[in-house]
Design a protein around this ligand. Structure first.
Ligand code: TYD
Ligand code: MG
Length: 463
């Protein structure tokens, strides 16, 4: 007989407390605690179901050299951009969480993937937990995805879902969305942390035990009562974030966690009337609106996203501030990173920004996380403040240290190759100390300007 306890659980990160807390000690969010009834031991099983889901792994130990490894079988999503993020396709029997803001296109992406997988003679079960089957059918017609091997069911109850999985024995399962699925064995409300965690746990065991490749969709919520998929990240094999700006059609699929491949790979899509279209050369798209003449406050950065290099334009705007504390706005770049670069520009270059507002924006809605973008950001700010411009044909690569030194970056060769491919003629790069790197990049047809200090970069780049 299961014992019941009442607990207060942070709906953002899953932190548990025996009393209400206004602020979560773990994630620091306010008003996220909700009281939930928690059972000590929960057994989820469909009524009259013979599907015996193992509740724990066997604890027999064996020598690592005797462990037999099954050959990993990958199922292609039918889209190169998606496969790249997955590390070559879905691994059979894996569970993948696709997270993103509501309305970003998660259901569209999974339905298109389901269509492609069905053409590989695989049976797919699409659980519509938040939409009716007719709504999904309408979307399928729009995407040309009403194919033979694709089965849909409108179901929220996990026990019933288990029954249908048992009956149909699908190769591929989609749960849209996990926040709308509940288990009757758990007393908390649908969408609460306990429900989401337990339902994912069971789906994970089903995926592993019966070798059903599973995709669960999760809405990322801002503040609110519905639990975010953050708490699931450690449980699942693969976490993918589907991102994009609200009023733009570009969508970016980013690998956050992948047990079977590299993380931080990105896939780029465009949301069109007939669904998501892959963008094979995103740099071209991101630079397509660029002004043809040199303008102040604009720099081109070859940024690495996983194994792939994307050319991104970063724009800066400075101007005298009407506020006592001038504004610093960073979109696509970490705020603290911008402040650090501004501090280096003030101290090492003598650029006085203390009474200036600074706005920085990365075009295309991509976030640049790597420090190799520092030089481009610094030069964009500097050219805006001095009303100068960087040569149109130049790309900027390099991390800036606090002393104003330009530090080396990873994978210089891939960055220069991408710049050359898109017709750039010059690159500002950190000093090369390595002979093999020098030999390799000498084969790339692009003029190289090596710099060791931010002040040298100003001399080399600014017209
Ligand atoms: P959807 O996949 O329902 O989003 P999510 O599952 O993440 O909530 O997509 C919703 C948006 O995508 C909606 O605003 C309409 C748009 N859309 C298109 O532009 N083209 C299409 O072919 C489809 C199916 C949707
Ligand atoms: Mg949806």
């Amino acid at each position: 007989m299961a014992k019941f306890k009442s607990k207060w659980i942070c709906q953002n990160c899953g932190y548990e407390s025996f009393s209400y807390l206004g602020k979560c000690p773990d994630c620091g969010r306010f008003s996220t605690f909700i009281e939930e009834v928690v059972q000590e031991k929960v057994e989820v099983k469909a009524k009259n179901s013979s599907m015996n889901i193992q509740t724990s792994a066997s604890f027999n130990y064996t020598k690592i050299k005797d462990v037999k490894v099954d050959k990993t079988i990958r199922i292609s999503s039918g889209m190169e951009e998606f496969d790249r993020v997955l590390g070559g396709g879905f691994v059979e029997g894996s569970l993948c969480l696709l997270a993103g803001d509501p309305g970003i296109g998660k259901s569209t992406l999974t339905l298109q993937t389901a269509k492609n997988i069905s053409s590989q003679n695989k049976k797919i079960l699409y659980i519509c937990a938040e939409e009716s089957t007719s709504q999904v059918k309408l979307r399928a017609e729009r995407l040309n995805a009403d194919c033979d091997n694709l089965y849909v069911t409108q179901q929220n109850c996990l026990e019933e879902i288990i029954k249908q999985i048992e009956e149909l024995k699908p190769d591929f399962l989609v749960v849209d969305s996990i926040q709308s699925v509940f288990s009757a064995a758990i007393l908390s409300s649908t969408g609460s942390i306990s429900q989401i965690r337990e339902c994912t746990n069971i789906l994970m065991r089903i995926a592993k035990q019966f070798n059903i490749t599973t995709v669960i969709i999760g809405h990322v919520t801002k503040e609110g009562n519905i639990a975010g998929p953050k708490v699931l990240e450690h449980m699942v094999d693969c976490v993918l974030n589907f991102e994009g700006e609200k009023y733009k059609t570009t969508r970016i699929l980013r690998g956050i966690k992948n047990r079977f491949g590299a993380v931080s790979e990105v896939g780029v899509f465009n949301m069109e009337d007939s669904g998501l279209i892959e963008i094979k050369n995103p740099s071209e798209l991101f630079l397509s609106d660029r002004e043809t003449v040199s303008t102040s406050g604009s720099a081109i950065i070859p940024a690495l996203e996983g194994t792939r290099c994307l050319l991104l334009e970063v724009q800066a705007l400075t101007g005298s501030s009407p506020y006592p504390n001038p504004r610093r706005v960073a979109r696509g770049v970490e705020y603290d990173r911008l402040l650090q670069i501004l501090a280096v520009l003030e101290k090492r270059v003598g650029l006085n920004l203390s009474k200036q507002d600074v706005y920085l924006n990365v075009i295309g809605g991509i976030d640049i996380i790597e420090p190799a973008a520092d030089l481009g950001i610094a030069l964009a700010v500097l050219t805006s403040a001095r009303d100068a411009h960087i040569n149109q044909q130049t790309v900027c690569i390099g991390e800036i240290g606090l002393n104003g030194e330009i530090r080396s970056v990873d994978n210089l060769e891939a960055r220069l190759k991408e710049a050359q491919k898109l017709g750039f003629k010059r690159a500002l790069i950190p000093k090369i100390n390595n002979k093999t790197t020098r030999e390799r990049i000498s084969k790339i047809n692009i003029e190289i300007i090596e710099i060791s200090k931010i002040t040298d970069a100003i001399k080399g780049a600014i017209c």
